[in-house]
Design a protein around this ligand. Structure first.
Ligand code: M6R
Length: 612
């Protein structure tokens, strides 16, 4: 979704802004723009529709704009079509105020009508322009930009991260946030604002996470933060613990492929500090056995792939904990009047920690008295900061829109959490506990093995890449993995795909199978393997071609029936999905590659979905 960068420093701003915007391209956008304030030329604005390259070409890599103070934005259209006029920065009528905005101003129409009655002419269809015009109005009223920002923020409703320039302030940038991420960066050559740390990591790792309701004054010499009454606030600095190379392709054609390959290491980083002498140790989770015994109900709430992690975890946790676990899409949970009370544990899973639906669902759960535990990848993100407890997946920055290593680390970490809770409850035997810990320890090495054999998947992709519809079938944990395999394929290759619980086939969906249809049959879950085999035969009898994903110990049997096979090492059932998902990620990747798709930035999708 939209990206913001701002710079106040001692170097030319435009090239820094363009570079920062490029590093946030992965978030998804449809137009872009920058505003620079210079000594000689005042406020200069450039905007383009489409890819950032167009903006770079228009400004000759930023060389056309003069000044060391500026803001930049990539827009993912919500209000008004993606075009140059609706692109940010938006400028007030008299040209003195320019701003970039992420989020949605909910009462923009009411403010717009009010300003129009006062004679203000609007240029765009956006909610964001309203903030620029309102700022000018208050600035004219009080003659002080900070005061004007304070007045303006008291009038607007909704979510925002704002970067504001005023022509009368030659070296100052003002930033504000509410329900939309914004960080401040303190660098050697100046100060930054950004909606995403990747935009500024090249310049500094010294960051401050802004909280809701805060306003920051950003100058070349540093940043000062104020609350919504303009009272100064002391803020802690944090050090980002990864460097710029983690957010670069490192010689690979796509971030997605690089991130698939990074999975063993990401899982090692996530699990090994939490496995000590054969025990699961979860710092940040200070639940007592008594606390856990009081939990009568568990919800897992998330969106997209993180929801699919929840589906796997439901199967695993119910077996381990003998407690009801309900997985609910965050966008549904927030409006379904959920049955949450103080004995409810609400697990929240999110890579970005900024997904609006997930955050709203978590707030609803907290409001109802539930205890929230978030599994999040981005340190300092909103969900991480608002949850009662947080456990980080240490996947590192994930740039490709289609998640791979974040999904895998979430899955692995959820297993440790499940095991930890089961141990506190006494619902897991010592033998089972040791077997699961051993499987966790072996997982990174086994993933390396899986990644060493991609040929079958490359071959399968070359054979089926031009199919218009592909099905995934499986039972129990295999079904849960199939959901993720199907989503991966859909989002990056644009092939229609569905995942079905195999037992449901004969209740309707088998009618979709026709001669030549590809069915990806998942047969890794031991207790139901024979049934998985029967389902393969069933679809083959209707003319389907089958790519089966199974375990090494079951390969021979499956190989006699299925046309194409891929096998992953055997492990404890709770970790089998962690291995089984990898061939599906690779299959989706190779199919999309054959189809020439924009793999890292699939159409219409954004990395972090910060609007409803
Ligand atoms: O950042 P989050 O984990 O909260 O994001 C949730 C979904 O938007 C995300 O998993 C999405 O489904 C991915 N693009 C799937 O690859």
């Amino acid at each position: 979704m939209c990206g913001i960068i701002g710079f106040a420093g001692r170097e030319e701003a435009a090239p820094i802004l363009l570079d920062g915007l490029e590093r946030m391209e992965y978030r998804g956008y449809d137009s872009a723009g920058i505003a620079v304030r210079g000594e000689a030329r005042g406020l200069q604005i450039r905007k383009t529709k489409g890819r950032l390259q167009a903006l770079a070409d228009l400004t000759h890599g930023g060389a056309d704009l003069e000044g060391t103070l500026g803001i930049g934005h990539t827009r993912w259209a919500t209000h008004g079509e993606p075009n140059e006029v609706n692109a940010h920065p938006h400028v007030s009528e008299n040209g003195r105020v320019a701003l970039v905005h992420n989020g949605i101003i909910e009462n923009y129409l009411e403010i717009k009508e009010h300003l129009q009655k006062l004679g203000v002419a609007f240029a765009s269809d956006t909610d964001s322009e309203v903030v620029a015009q309102l700022l000018e109005y208050h600035y004219n009223e009080c003659g002080n930009m900070m005061e004007a920002v304070g007045r303006c923020l008291r009038r607007i409703e909704g979510s925002y991260a704002l970067g504001i320039l005023c022509a009368d302030y030659p070296d100052t940038l003002i930033a504000a946030r509410k329900d939309s991420p914004l960080i401040l960066g303190c660098g050697e050559h100046g100060s930054f604002i950004a909606s995403d740390v990747t935009a500024i990591i090249k310049h500094t790792r010294d960051v401050i996470y802004m909280d809701d309701g805060e306003i920051a004054v950003v100058t070349p010499n540093g940043v000062s933060v104020f609350d919504d009454e303009l009272v100064p606030v002391e803020k802690a600095h944090s050090q980002v613990d990864w460097d710029v190379s983690a957010a670069e392709k490192g010689g690979h054609a796509h971030f997605m492929f690089k991130e698939i390959l990074e999975q063993p290491e990401a899982i090692r980083r996530t699990l090994s500090p939490r496995l000590k002498e054969g025990r699961v140790v979860l710092e940040g989770l200070d639940l007592t056995a008594e606390d856990v015994r009081r939990i009568s109900r568990i919800f897992i709430i998330a969106c997209g792939s993180a929801y699919h992690v929840g589906v796997v975890s439901k199967y695993n946790w119910e077996k381990l904990l003998r407690r009801p676990v309900e997985v609910v899409l965050a966008s549904e949970f927030r409006y379904c009047d959920p049955l949450v009370d103080e004995n409810t544990l609400v697990m929240v899973i999110s890579q970005s920690g900024e997904t609006l639906d997930t955050m709203a669902a978590m707030r609803e759960a907290k409001r109802l008295g539930g205890r929230t535990l978030a599994v999040v990848n981005v340190v300092g993100s909103s969900i991480a900061r608002e949850a009662d407890h947080v456990l980080y997946t240490w996947a590192g920055p994930e740039i490709a829109v289609a998640t791979t290593k974040a999904y895998s680390t979430q899955l692995a970490l959820m297993n440790l959490v499940g095991l930890y809770l089961a141990d506190l409850l006494g619902t897991v035997s010592g033998e089972e506990y040791r077997a699961i810990v051993a499987a966790a320890e072996a997982l990174p090495g086994q993933l390396e093995q899986v990644l060493g054999h991609m040929e079958e998947l490359q071959y399968a992709a070359s054979r089926y890449f031009n199919h218009s519809s592909i099905f995934f079938i499986g039972r129990n944990l295999d079904y849960a993995v199939g959901l993720e395999g199907s989503l991966k394929l859909k989002e990056i290759s644009y092939i229609h795909s569905e995942a079905y619980a195999s037992g449901e086939l004969k209740h309707g969906t088998i009618s979709l199978i026709e001669p030549g249809t590809l069915v990806v049959a998942l047969g890794m879950y031991g207790p139901l393997f024979d049934k998985a085999m029967s389902n393969v035969v069933e679809v083959q009898a209707r003319g389907a071609e089958v790519l089966a994903v199974t375990t090494e110990s079951r390969l021979e049997k499956m190989g006699k029936t299925a046309g194409l096979t891929a096998a992953v090492p055997d492990t404890h059932p709770v970790f089998q999905p962690s291995l089984g998902v990898v061939p599906l990620q690779l299959f989706a990747y190779f199919v999309a590659l054959q189809r020439g798709c924009d793999i890292d930035k699939p159409r219409n999708l954004a990395k972090s979905v910060t609007v409803e």
